[in-house]
Write a protein that binds this ligand. Structure first.
Ligand SMILES: Cc1cc2nc3c(=O)[nH]c(=O)nc-3n(C[C@H](O)[C@H](O)[C@H](O)COP(=O)(O)OP(=O)(O)OC[C@H]3O[C@@H](n4cnc5c(N)ncnc54)[C@H](O)[C@@H]3O)c2cc1C
Length: 391
């Protein structure tokens, strides 16, 4: 199977970059390797229209219109973009976006092969004729580690988060802005709540506790795949207290009926990271990093950044007249500029979150503050850790 360019990873950014490359140069034979035949993830993404247009090649054809319509509900995004000063955004489930991209890629003649690639060596052996490879295999990219080493990333942690996911019986409401601000004054950490839509008689709820470094380090390891129970006795006391307090407020003020035993905790850091190099020569081949394999920014921006940069990479890869080393140089030059802008945006949002945190702490001590629960409520809501959400 001959290919001019081989992609490892058919997630949203790998597929998007392959599509952009093909649109810029339809004569190229492109193969994408994806390990999962059916996409696994369904989390909802905020995708800005601009991310589908900036640096992107547009063809004005039916396949493009069908893709735009499927993902955004509009056939001609450029018109939407031109009409709206804010340009707008859509909310789309990851697997829906991936399926739409897969259909679009197939229409353009991009070959998708379902196979897990273990290493760059394996990819190069499968394609001895190919000189251009793109690693778009996600944040924990194996390709990146094999090519650039374990120390490939520059990373700065912005926040440490403990996430609690659980279900409530029937419909659960939100505390609303005022309720959240009032509650923020009686807890140790800053808390964000995300209340989903009721489905099959239950409402999914996610609470994010932005904890300090000490609390984070004391919390035992816990991941989405291997979470802790909400009442694990090893939880740091200040976190256990916050969980119990916040749940007590939600029970009363959001009319929530917690499903006993459904609470699961995991911990994660929100960081900005980027590879020290985005492309490199490896023997006769050159390798490029794309999407989460190359960089990441928190606060719902990574996919957008990955797609904008993927459009530019597509333009570089498609240039017949640019030699391989020129492509490497061009991509390495271009990526730092884009990632710097994204980093500035992420750090700006982080500063806003910290300012809010400082405000809640100061105003929490202000006896004249109007935005607070009554002293009777405060006493009732403040929970000891061992009372837990079930109590
Ligand atoms: C809960 C959550 C919410 C988010 N919300 C937003 C948001 O609102 N807006 C936003 O911009 N971003 C958001 N993001 C980030 C966004 O999901 C990612 O930036 C995006 O998925 C990155 O796409 P990718 O193609 O680079 O990598 P991935 O989505 O990780 O895809 C990598 C693909 O490579 C495949 N693969 C991996 N290894 C191999 C291998 N060895 N061989 C073959 N295939 C392989 C995987 O199966 C996968 O399909 C969110 C992330 C999470 C977790």
């Amino acid at each position: 199977m001959c290919a001019d360019i081989v992609f490892i990873g058919g997630g949203p950014v790998g597929l998007w970059t392959a599509i952009q490359t093909k649109k810029n140069n339809p004569g190229l034979a492109i193969t994408v390797y994806e390990r999962h035949e059916t996409y696994q993830r369904s989390h909802v993404l905020r995708l800005q229209h601009a991310s589908l247009l900036l640096w992107a090649k547009t063809n004005n054809d039916e396949a493009e219109a069908a893709f735009f319509e499927e993902v955004t509900g509009n056939k001609d995004l450029r018109q939407v973009f031109a009409r709206s000063a804010m340009a707008g955004a859509v909310y789309v489930a990851t697997n829906d976006l991936e399926n739409a991209l897969k259909d679009y890629a197939a229409k353009l003649g991009i070959k998708i092969v379902y196979r897990k690639i273990e290493s760059p060596d394996e990819a190069e052996k499968l394609h001895p004729e190919c000189r251009l490879f793109v690693a778009a295999d996600g944040a924990r990219s194996k390709m990146r580690e094999a090519i650039f080493g374990a120390d490939a990333l520059d990373e700065t942690t912005l926040q440490r988060v403990v996430e609690m996911k659980y279900k409530a019986d029937g419909k659960a409401g939100t505390l609303g802005k005022r309720g959240i601000l009032k509650t923020a004054k009686i807890v140790n950490s800053q808390i964000f709540e995300y209340v989903g839509r009721e489905k099959n008689g239950a409402t999914p709820v996610t609470l994010r506790f932005f904890v300090d470094a000490e609390t984070y380090d004391k919390m035992p390891q816990a991941t989405f795949k291997d979470p802790l129970a909400h009442d694990d006795p090893r939880l740091p006391p200040s976190l256990a207290e916050d969980i119990a307090t916040y749940m007590a407020v939600r029970r009363e003020k959001a009319d929530e009926r917690y499903q006993p035993g459904s609470g699961k905790l995991s911990k994660l850091t929100l960081s900005v990271y980027r590879a020290k190099k985005f492309a490199a020569k490896r023997g006769d081949a050159v390798w490029f990093l794309a999407g989460d394999a190359a960089m990441g920014v928190p606060y719902f921006r990574s996919l957008n950044a990955g797609m904008i940069i993927g459009s530019q990479l597509g333009g570089i890869l498609a240039q017949d007249l640019l030699p391989r080393t020129g492509k490497v140089r061009a991509y390495n030059l271009l990526r730092p500029a884009d990632t710097t802008l994204e980093f500035m945006g992420a750090k700006g949002k982080n500063t806003g979150i910290k300012a809010l945190d400082a405000f809640r702490k100061i105003d929490g001590k202000n006896p004249a503050s109007l935005l607070k629960w009554s002293s009777r409520d405060r006493v009732r809501f403040r929970k000891r850790p061992d009372s837990g959400p079930d109590n």
